[in-house]
Design a protein around this ligand. Sequence first.
Ligand code: CA
Length: 219
Amino acid sequence: MLVVEDEARLATALQRGLQAEGFAVDIALDGPTGLDQARHGEYDAMILDVMLPGLSGYRVVRALRAEKHWLPVLMLSAKDGEHDQADGLDCGADDYLTKPFSFVVLLARLRALLRRGAPQRPAVLTVGDLSLDPARRRVTVGGAEVVLTTREYGLLQYLMRRAGDVVSKTELLDHVWDASEETAPNAVEVYIGYLRRKLGRNVLETVRGAGYRLVAGAS
Ligand code: CA
């Protein structure tokens, strides 16, 4: 367990209380140290104050999530507006507790967080030897990485979620292209062509008059 809290007395009280419950607890007294420890330590969860010297709790959790660290985070704050709670959850925290809080409540919320485990990271999509990892934005074919443009990636992700189904051109235009964009009438064909070139010709079937189908293990 990592406790990031600049009020030393509160930090120590939390540490003692959590240790009495059987947790191993490290303390960080400012934002940058807390971020560094969260990055490099093997913690089950982090209790993170919002108002911290150096780097706010919001920025700590945002930095962790941006780096794909999925450590469960319980935020603490003296503020109690709904707005602040939304800020905390928006930036990637998993739960939020307003100071002053009772230790019993903190413990209950922490246990609930640990039961839930790490926040859900997007699952890796796999179709045959084709794999797409949304968290890392990485596509591989037979284990070898394939570099895609943003549009190609969006198109492939959509087709992989619908693997085996025939997906119409209209549906692809609706879901992969922004409504506001100027889109050439043959945009879908063009990008399907790009994907075939990069992934192998047989991965994407053309179903005449109906659309396209991504098929498993065909490359
Ligand atoms: Ca503080």
